[in-house]
Design a binder for this molecule. Structure first.
Ligand code: ZN
Ligand code: ZN
Length: 592
């Protein structure tokens, strides 16, 4: 019933706006697609039984009271579920499915294969003690108001029962862990204790539960705290003579890259492309620095060292920034300017009935300044999408100044393009027009981030420059230079990740790459080193997705020649939802 309703809605949208010919073709649903839709629904319900915490995190709260103990039996259950689902999936021929279902098929297949690989080959459950941490999901039950507080507290209580068994299983799983993940696990687990002390006490203070129930909750929380602290202690004292290296190694890295990026390129190809791109960016940056030098430094001689000259110019331009008080209003003001520019240049249809709601960062997100998009989960149909903008009030002067130099006049505009329009927010609006539970939970990160990064460049190519309004056809050299600096970040993230995990890059080499060649501050570079030593592949998603989208656009432009329309390319590209770029490319090329 609800599916039919959705189709009707979709149809109305298409007939009113007439801009998505692709979607229109999908209105008649074939028998195979009907069967596949039913299977997907069944698959997702089974999925939530195996992964109750994941279910809760996307707003499916049926299993909120369940905490899975990560022992052999649980892993066997997970493996069985994946194998069974792969078999069921094999009954369908992806070629006979609609475009939307075809991409869903590939996402599910990849997810299942990836889980088998993770458990059997990657085995992070053995060497990464930070996999075991329950505080985040318990915190969510207290802070997220999806149900009456007393219901949430009842589930919180039931779910706590397995915490001691959970950490006992963790201890049995761990063998020769990496030092880096061990330190992270200790830090994060101890950091999460406050969920069971202050956070829980706050919630109990507001609840209407009986005194007896409150007492039960407190007692169980005390047991939970003991289990968490005991786990941290156990890790601190663990005799670990042969710790595994945090570096993944070439073979596992390549496999993880393929599974997570689902890219048309291999990890090696993306690495080579990133190296070349870094070189191109440096060439452009020195050209712009030479051009701008007299304007900003008059007769002062330019340093001979090109990288140092670029850095000096960037530092100078970074001084142009808003005051701490006007940070939020500056962002607010830019949104309609971006929309006006996009409409004037005919870049992509922006649905005026779905305006972006800009709001001050809610209290529970405070402290992380900047801007982010929060969208309702797939089960929260009435939720709003917000653009959360952090406030700098209460920051000390130096911290605020350094932050504002980083998010200076130029970068702030690029941030808005990336997060809001036509970046993440616009992508989300388009994705919601062909709603898919599969894409909502398994959407491809490289496509999502790649799109946001792609739009930064696309906007500048079309002349976006907040100082000049819609009349101008060329962004200023200052804007380009600062954009290149921003783009170097995702480019060097990829070089860093690949080099650290497959080429043994040292900490010093890494810091030199980030500071000297990507012009980052010491603090940012050190933070990035910490991140690359506890994650793998994740840092590549921005550059990988961006490169694939950009290359694909150029390919299509060459093929179509005069008939190529940028607006039509963007709208069709986004109409497939958060699918991997390689499949979108395949579907769009087939149409030609
Ligand atoms: Zn300043
Ligand atoms: Zn992003």
């Amino acid at each position: 019933m609800s599916d039919m309703k959705k189709n009707v809605l979709l149809f109305t949208c298409v007939s009113i706006f007439c801009f998505m010919s692709v979607v229109q073709a999908k209105i008649t649903v074939s028998e195979t697609d009907k069967k596949f839709d039913e299977w997907k629904q069944h698959f997702v319900e089974e999925l939530w039984k195996v992964y109750p915490a994941w279910a809760s995190s996307v707003g499916y709260h049926k299993y909120d009271d369940v905490l899975i103990v990560p022992d052999d039996a649980a892993r066997t259950k997970e493996l069985d579920f994946c194998k069974k689902s792969i078999k069921e999936l094999a009954q369908f021929n992806p070629e006979s499915l609609s475009d939307a279902n075809k991409t869903d098929y590939h996402l599910v297949r990849n997810q299942l294969g990836g889980t088998l690989w993770s458990i059997n080959l990657l085995k992070a459950w053995e060497w990464d003690p930070s996999t075991y941490n329950i505080s985040g999901s318990f915190a969510e039950m207290l802070s997220n108001n999806y149900e009456p507080l007393d219901n949430r507290l009842n589930n919180f209580y039931k779910r706590m029962a397995n915490i001691p068994a959970y950490y006992e299983a963790a201890k049995r799983n761990i063998s020769s862990p990496t030092k880096e993940h061990t330190a992270l696990a200790i830090e994060q687990n101890l950091g999460g204790v406050s969920v069971f002390t202050t956070d829980l006490e706050d919630a109990l203070g507001k609840s209407g539960l009986s005194d007896a129930m409150r007492q039960n909750i407190k007692e169980r929380a005390a047991t939970a705290i003991t289990a968490i602290k005991d786990y941290a202690d156990w890790l601190k004292k663990l005799k670990n003579d042969n710790p595994r290296s945090f570096r993944l190694g070439k073979e596992l890295y390549d496999q993880k890259f393929n599974l997570e990026m689902q890219s048309g390129y291999t990890a090696d190809q993306i690495y080579e492309k990133a190296l070349q791109h870094k070189k191109d960016l440096h060439d452009d940056m020195i050209r712009l620095t030479r051009q701008l030098w007299p304007k900003y430094f008059s007769s002062e001689p330019m340093p001979d060292n090109e990288l140092q000259a670029i850095r000096k110019m960037i530092d100078k331009l970074s001084l142009k920034h808003v005051t701490p008080d006007s940070f939020q209003s500056a962002i607010d003001k830019q949104i309609p300017e971006l929309i006006a520019f996009i409409n004037a240049k005919n870049l992509i249809y922006i649905d005026p009935s779905k305006p972006l709601v800009v709001r001050k960062e809610p209290a529970y997100m405070a402290g992380v300044a900047g801007a982010s998009i929060t969208s309702p989960g797939p089960y929260d149909k009435n939720g709003n999408t917000y653009y959360n903008v952090g406030s700098l009030s209460g920051w000390d002067k130096d911290k605020a100044e350094s932050y504002l130099r980083e998010y200076n006049h130029y970068i702030l505009q690029i941030l808005n393009i990336h997060e809001a329009i036509p970046g993440h927010y616009t992508q989300l609006v388009y994705a919601n027009q062909s709603p898919s539970i599969i894409k909502a939970i398994l959407g491809n990160n490289a496509m999502i981030e790649g799109w946001a990064v792609y739009t930064e460049r696309m906007m500048l190519e079309n002349g976006y420059d907040g100082d000049k309004g819609t009349a101008l056809n060329e962004a200023s050299p200052e804007m380009w230079l600062m954009y290149y600096k921003w783009n170097l970040r995702s480019t060097c993230n990829t070089i860093l990740d690949y080099s650290v995990h497959t080429k043994n890059m040292s900490r010093d080499e890494a810091l030199s790459l980030l500071q000297d060649e990507a012009f980052q501050q010491k603090g940012e570079a050190e933070g990035k080193w910490k991140r690359v030593s506890v994650t793998q592949v994740q840092l590549c998603c921005y550059f990988t997705g961006y490169t694939e989208i950009y290359d694909f656009r150029q390919e299509l432009k060459n093929k179509k020649g005069d008939k190529f329309s940028l607006k039509q390319f963007h709208e069709q590209f986004l109409s497939y939802g958060s699918a991997p770029v390689k499949y979108i490319r395949e579907l769009m090329m087939k149409e030609l």
